[in-house]
Design a protein around this ligand. Structure first.
Ligand SMILES: [Fe+2]
Ligand SMILES: [Fe+2]
Length: 291
C-alpha cells in the first residue's frame, strides 16, 4: 500500500518587506495546491516587531485549516532591544505567531521535527545545541519518512554563503544519518537548493536530500533568485520512497509558476539515490512572428 503526502515549503517572508499584493497571491497559490502541511523555515519577520508578527499570523490564518509548522530565524529575535533579546528572544514567535519551539508532529508515516537553530548570542550564523540534537533520537519507529527543518542551511549553492552554513554541520551530520533523517529543510540564504548531502560532505554513510527554499515574499531577493517556494511530494510504498521537489518562482506577472523539478528515490530504509531527474519546467517563450 502506498501513502502520499504533500508539503508546501516556504521560507524567509520577512514580513515588513513585502506587499499586500504578493501576500494575497501566495496565500491563494498555497490554498490551491491542496497540501497536507505547510512548513515555514524562519525569518518570518524583518525585525521581530509586533506588527510584523501580527501580519505574519494573519497570513497563516488566511491559509485556512492546513496545519503549519515553523521555526524562528535570526530575524525573528529582537536585534536592537537588548533586554528583550536576552530575556525574551522568542516572545513574538510564541505569543503572536503562536508556534511552539522545537515542535514535532507525525502525519501517518511522515514525521516532522522543527528545530530551533537560532540563539540570543548569535546574530547571523546558526547552530544546533545538544538539546536540539538529542531530539533526533526521538523519532517514532513508525516514521518511515523523517523530516528535520531548521532555519540555517546545511548546504549552499554558492561559496560566498559558506559563512551562513549551520555551525558544526559537518560534525552534526552523522547524528542526522544515525537518526535516519530523510529530508533536511532550511532557508536563510534566500537561494533555493535541492541535492543530496553527499554532494557537499565526503564520507557520508547515508546521504539524504537537503532542500532550501528562497524567500517567498520579501523584497530581499538575490539577483538570480526571485521570490519562490517549494512544493514537496512524498510517496511512500512499503520501505521505498519517491520524493519530488518542485520550485515555484514568482514571475513578473505576479504569479507563482513551477520552474524546476528535482526527484530523489529511496530504496529500502537507507539508500537514497542520486536525483534521477532535474529539469526545467518553464515552457519556451513564444517569439514574435517576423513581419
Ligand atoms: Fe532571511
Ligand atoms: Fe536568516
Amino acid at each position: 500500500m502506498s501513502e502520499s503526502f504533500r508539503i508546501v515549503h516556504i521560507s524567509d517572508p520577512h514580513f515588513g518587506t513585502t506587499t499586500t499584493e504578493k501576500i494575497t497571491v501566495l496565500s491563494k497559490t498555497i490554498r490551491d495546491l491542496s497540501a497536507n502541511l505547510v512548513v515555514l523555515s524562519g525569518d518570518i519577520t524583518q525585525r521581530a516587531r509586533r506588527e510584523q508578527f501580527i501580519a505574519a499570523r494573519s497570513f497563516c490564518d488566511s491559509l485556512g485549516s492546513i496545519p503549519i509548522m515553523a521555526v524562528p530565524g535570526n530575524h525573528d529575535i529582537p536585534l536592537y532591544n537588548m533586554l528583550a533579546r536576552l530575556l525574551y528572544p522568542y516572545f513574538g514567535f510564541i505569543h503572536y505567531l503562536k508556534f511552539p519551539l522545537n515542535e514535532r508532529k507525525r502525519f501517518g508515516a511522515v514525521e516532522v521535527l522543527a528545530l530551533n537553530s537560532t540563539g540570543r548570542f548569535r546574530v547571523v550564523q546558526g547552530e544546533l545545541h545538544r538539546r536540539e540534537l538529542n531530539k533526533l533520537t526521538e523519532f517514532s519507529p513508525a516514521a518511515k519518512f523523517r523530516i528535520v527543518m531548521c532555519h540555517h542551511p546545511m548546504d549552499c549553492p554558492k561559496g560566498s554563503d559558506e559563512k551562513n552554513i549551520l555551525k558544526c554541520a559537518a560534525n552534526d551530520l552523522p547524528r542526522f544519518e544515525d537518526a535516519k533523517v530523510d529530508l533536511v529543510l532550511g532557508g536563510h540564504i534566500h537561494d533555493p537548493l535541492a541535492r543530496l548531502s553527499s554532494m557537499r560532505y565526503n564520507g557520508t554513510h547515508r546521504p539524504m536530500p537537503i532542500v532550501l527554499a528562497g524567500t517567498c515574499l520579501s523584497s530581499r531577493t538575490r539577483s538570480d533568485a526571485p521570490n519562490s517556494f517549494n512544493l514537496i511530494d512524498v510517496c511512500i510504498k512499503d520501505d521505498d520512497v519517491e520524493l519530488d521537489v518542485t520550485r515555484y518562482d514568482l514571475t513578473t506577472q505576479e504569479t507563482y509558476v513551477p520552474l524546476t523539478e528535482t526527484q530523489f528515490q529511496r530504496k529500502g530504509r537507507d539508500q537514497w539515490l542520486s536525483k534521477v531527474k532535474n529539469e526545467s519546467l518553464m515552457l519556451p517563450q513564444p517569439t514574435d512572428a517576423p513581419g
